[in-house]
Design a protein around this ligand. Sequence first.
Ligand code: SF4
Length: 391
Amino acid sequence: MTDHTLAIAAAFQACGVEAEVLPDSDQETLILGRKLTSGKECYPCTLTTGDMVKLTRRPDFDPRHAAFFMPSGTGPCRFGQYHRFHRLVLDELGLPQVPIYAPDQSETFYAELGMVGGNDFARLGWQGIVAVDLLEKKLRETRPYEIIKGRTDKVYGHFLRRVAETIAARGDLPALLTEARRAFEQVPVADPGSRPVIGLVGEIYTRANKFSNENVILEIETLGGEAWMPPIAEWILYTNHTAIWRARRLRKYSNLLELLLTHRVQTRLEHELENTFRGALRNFGEPSISETLKRAQPYLDPSFEGEAILSIGKATDYLLKGASGLINIMPFTCMPGTIVNALLKRYREDHRNIPFLNLSYDGQEQTNTRTRLEAFMYQVEQYRRRQPLGA
Ligand code: SF4
């Protein structure tokens, strides 16, 4: 899905489990995924199916020594069905012996993750996710202004690799991130921060996966913008939040205690790593989940679980930090994505008509996406001019 998976694979390795990240999605992924799905499934389901099956076709794939890692959930949409569908596909392909390890993102999530390496796996994986989030933030704030083309990607790629190595070796991550910050700061740039900021929200897989969104961030940068994206850590913190709420309601006190402790440790680790980039990011610091939900409350009640509420709350965070446009990224027919699309229209009216664009993807390359983005960026420029200084 994202570069964060390199850090997760490294956390597996640190806990003694051989792990590798599936190769990036490509046209072969799409062809295989389409062949094995009916066309009614969500686009991320088609892509993850294609990616898995692509790997099983590799000559060195040994079904006796392989398992897939595919998180699951019991939330309000189809995500919890992905791994069940993958199971059917693997069985049909004659690979019933290949397990799918699918921890459920509910009140039992950390207990299920504990199967790998106790609390260690969850801790290392979490640190890796936060570290990659920080590298990505700095990448997106530097690359649009670089004077030597490709320099920022090089720095990012180098430190992404080293984050994974450091996690696998249980090394010093804060020291590495401090080094990364210095390296990013040495990239020659012109007028940093002068471009309009576009805040991306929407369905987590499609917005984070370059293949599925046809590299929308690069498109925005080519058209003169700077793109911001919610960190992947936000989703983990949100699942903690809903799991804590559910454990309380169901009176599962041992799960509740474990969740509260995990959440506390994660927040501390997050701040420790985040501090290495203090003063180096315009988009520094993330609102707490309670804050995000509060900001979304005029549009959605927190009992309405899922990605929609996070997208609405995050949009406000972007506005407060000075964004000049919002884009909702979603797979075609995504349920939370469709809700966000509908709500952002009203949200926009309540917020000085900030330019807003909805982009949905289904793997058919949309020839008009570029034109729509161009028109959107024009509106963004007009919007910026209309804003009073300091607004
Ligand atoms: S969030 Fe959207 S794409 Fe993801 S499972 Fe739910 S409906 Fe499908």
